[in-house]
Design a protein around this ligand. Structure first.
Ligand code: SF4
Ligand code: SF4
Length: 416
């Protein structure tokens, strides 16, 4: 589907060039470049389809300058599927124009689980040599192609999947839940995975965590490689399709969207596999949604903290998970919840976007950082590991005294 821009021609042609997307686009707000907003990208797609443009490296680079934050999707009066069109444009542009070496390396790593598994201890050692401790993490000693001003989280000695059992049973279980962990919880923030397992256990759920799972494939799709993303979708649907679970839980809106929306599309050419993907899609829940649906486990431990919440784009706009995380946080005794002025404003992280466009990403993040500082919160929670990474790294570099954590981790602290 995504590997042929022609499939998106009708949708691209729905754009009436009204410019509403300009008003909401975080990239355009900073750059004021038409090629950086949905309208401009759709025009590039149209020109490519009509043969007025060739898929050059320049076009490939332009197609990558988008957060896929979905703000334009919500603002578009014509109902253009902007993000899907932009991903298809990328795939077409990458075919002729290629990707930078750094992006090709990232893509290769994300697509091969053993590379990340074996690379984690090496990366951890390298972090201890090439970075210096700074605040809650590490700051690069040398440029290394990274942003020298931000702070990076300490990498764990082992991935979450290397430490957890494939089945975590619960006496008198009433539910059977599969947990799709995602890259950030697996390789960067294993505490998120531990929190999810604890919370599901507190709701009388048997938790199944297949050890062979890997990246959901969305970053690969977003980099312009739908063929590899399709292979990743197929392997996950085969792995999870036979588990016989009531729910499939994610702790990241992007993973959830992959399962719910992209896997059935990517597997369109195989009706049997697509049917299995659709069956699983109906069981997908973000951890906060599922906790909101299930009966409360009883009394919670008090946490005396002033807390605010950042709504990740793919969780809020993508999965339409809005109030559940906030309601859960507010239900913890002792918590003083202070809302952000604009909780759904994109943080500018967008997975690997912050790695490849650090200056632009920082400028996009600036209003979000100010909003967090002005809230007076001591703790910022969010339901996305990539947003956490972005906000934690930038706030720590500004000596913000608070703490950033996944919503599930805060809730687990309050769960006996
Ligand atoms: S808001 Fe929609 S119709 Fe208007 S320019 Fe943007 S993509 Fe086109
Ligand atoms: S997805 Fe976000 S960054 Fe990309 S064009 Fe739309 S509003 Fe701009």
């Amino acid at each position: 589907m995504y590997d042929h821009l022609n499939n998106f021609a009708a949708d691209i042609n729905k754009c009436m060039r009204c410019g509403n997307c300009q008003a909401v686009c975080p990239v355009y707000r900073v750059t004021r470049a038409e090629a950086d907003v949905a309208r401009g990208k759709l025009q590039l797609g149209r020109a490519l389809l009509e043969g007025r443009l060739a898929p050059t490296p320049r076009l490939s680079a332009l197609s990558q300058r988008c957060l896929l934050c979905q703000a334009c999707l919500d603002a578009c009066p014509s109902g253009v599927s902007t993000c899907n069109d932009i991903m298809a444009l990328r795939a077409q542009a990458v075919k002729g124009g290629g990707l930078t070496l750094a992006k090709r390396m990232l893509l290769a790593g994300l697509a091969r689980k053993p590379l990340l598994d074996h690379g984690l201890p090496v990366a951890r050692k390298a972090q201890q040599v090439a970075f210096r401790p700074s605040g809650p993490g590490y700051r690069p000693r040398f440029p290394l192609g990274l942003d020298l001003r931000r702070i990076y989280p300490p990498l764990p000695a082992r991935s979450f999947l290397a430490t957890v059992r494939e089945r975590v049973p619960r006496p008198r279980a009433e539910l059977r839940v599969a947990f799709f962990v995602g890259c950030m919880a697996n390789y960067v923030y294993p505490g998120t995975g531990e929190a999810v397992v604890k919370l599901l256990g507190s709701r009388r759920a048997d938790v199944v965590i297949p050890g062979e799972q890997h990246c959901c494939g969305y970053p690969v799709l977003a980099l312009g490689d739908p063929v590899t993303a399709r292979a990743m979708a197929a392997s996950h649907v085969r792995l999870f399709g036979s588990l016989g679970v009531d729910y499939l839980v994610t702790a990241c809106g992007t993973c959830g969207e992959s399962w719910r929306d992209h896997y059935p599309e990517l597997l369109r050419d195989d009706p049997e596999l697509q049917a299995r993907a659709l069956a699983l899609a109906g069981k997908v829940r973000d951890i906060s949604s599922l906790l909101g649906e299930l009966p409360s486990p009883g009394e919670m431990l008090p946490l005396s903290r002033r807390v605010t919440y950042h709504q990740a784009c793919h969780l809020g706009r993508g999965m339409r998970v809005g109030g559940a995380p906030v309601d859960l946080v507010k239900a913890v005794p002792g918590i003083d919840f202070v809302p952000l002025a604009d909780p759904g404003r994109c943080c500018g992280g967008a997975g690997s976007f912050q790695l490849f466009y650090p200056e632009l990403s920082r400028e996009i993040a600036a209003p979000k950082l100010a909003d967090i500082r002005n809230s007076g919160a001591e703790v910022l929670v969010t339901g996305c590991g990539a947003c956490r990474n972005q906000l934690e790294g930038l706030l720590a570099a500004e000596d913000w005294p608070g703490r950033v954590m996944h919503t599930a981790e805060l809730l687990a602290l309050a769960t006996p």
